[in-house]
Write a protein that binds this ligand. Sequence first.
Ligand code: GDG
Length: 470
Amino acid sequence: MPRLVIVSNRVADPRRPSAGGLAVALGDALQGRGGLWFGWSGHIIREGQPVEEALHVQQTGSVTLATVDLSQEEHDGYYLGYSNGVLWPVFHNRLDLADLDAGFVGSYRRVNQLFARQLKALLRPDDIVWVHDYHLIPLALELRTLGCAQRMGFFLHIPMPPPLLLAAIPQADWLVRALFSYNLVGFQSQGDLAHFASYAEVEAGARRLDGQRWQAYGRTLQAASFPIGIDVDDFAALTHAAEARDMYERMRQAYAGRRILLGVERLDYSKGLPQRFKAFAKLLKNHPENIRSTTLIQIVSPSREALVSYSGLRQELESLTGALNGDYGELDWVPVRYMHRNVARRRLPGLYRLARVALVTPLRDGMNLVAKEFIAAQDPADPGVLVLSRFAGAAEQLKEALLVNPYDTDGTCETIQQALHMPLTERQRRHQKLLERIRAQDVHWWRRTFLEALTATQGDDHRVALPSLA
Ligand code: GDG
């Protein structure tokens, strides 16, 4: 079996207890067949440090972890500037937050070239290369330019925007052209695939060969939807382990007799947090029986704090929390428990299990794993209800959740009220179906189907490089 090479912006040591489900799943794949995981180390090069010292290679069993340091300038332009200041907002429909003028694309391209050079030295001719996410869209193009002919796949974890939104990025044609350097491109949903197909056909003149293959720039590309999942059994086991049970018990006593609405996410404007707080305020106003009996627990883990759009959001949430607690709080009850802090991964399932309703209401999301973790952590005899945004990729699969439009705070408020009062038999029926769905397409299914499809792609002659950035 060919060796697997995974490339992502950050590399996680899959054996660490803090590693998330995705890191563990990719680590399993590497361990199973032997492999290499390559990416940024998370470190910035010290002033005057020789560049050759910037590559770190570490062997752990059959897996090699190889990481590269970046200079401050490279990090700021590639990571903060283009990846998170242009691609992230536009791909999440927030053109208003994109900093398109700043010329960050030069750094983005240079870092992808640096990765390509460093990785090429480590590659074997029959390796299979799987590249992850928006930070590394042009990596295959740069590797092909250096003469690498290996089979290469790309998975986009975030949404693919509609063609006219994508077209607002000055380098949109180059990005789509770069995707044609891969053998296989995977998206989270059918909706994302349709957006890509439409851009490729209308803007780039690609010819559709069949349901999954397109021809453009002298190349054939296969593209399909591979919705990412979680390790359901592993998450269920975590729910029954000591830390999660302890969390559950302590919170159950602290909130005795109160119904918990729960939100868990990274601080990000794509997650619809202000809209959620406003919907909750409406719930207390329009359905006052929830006063004193319902509490919103919102965990927000710190993220991308160097970006202005993120610090502004933090202030907005603090102000909304203050207003809600000031308007509705009692001496012995606060409506919103807002925590801007990370909760230990092993404790998280206890919180999920305690919640009567999970609020997963992003304005846009590639998939959303919190929705799936919440389902896996429930007690099937007395499960909580999932309120899910129709704009999360997960909505394509999780049809038995209560789907909402998070921009419509009145509608979301009424759906939360419906969730809080859903009869036990309906909760059980919906949960059972949702559990079946996340089991059928779990993270192992995702990894297997992607790698099988990549292995089966018909190869073009990848020694011929595509034209570069105009
Ligand atoms: C991107 C795409 C796509 C959150 N808070 C804490 C914590 N978390 C964990 C959750 C979950 C993960 O972080 C979040 O994953 P999501 O999928 O919900 O969202 P993104 O981080 O935006 O992920 C997304 C995903 O990639 C995978 O393809 O689904 O659409 O945006 O696992 O549990 N974990 C801990 N403490 C926290 O406070 N330990």
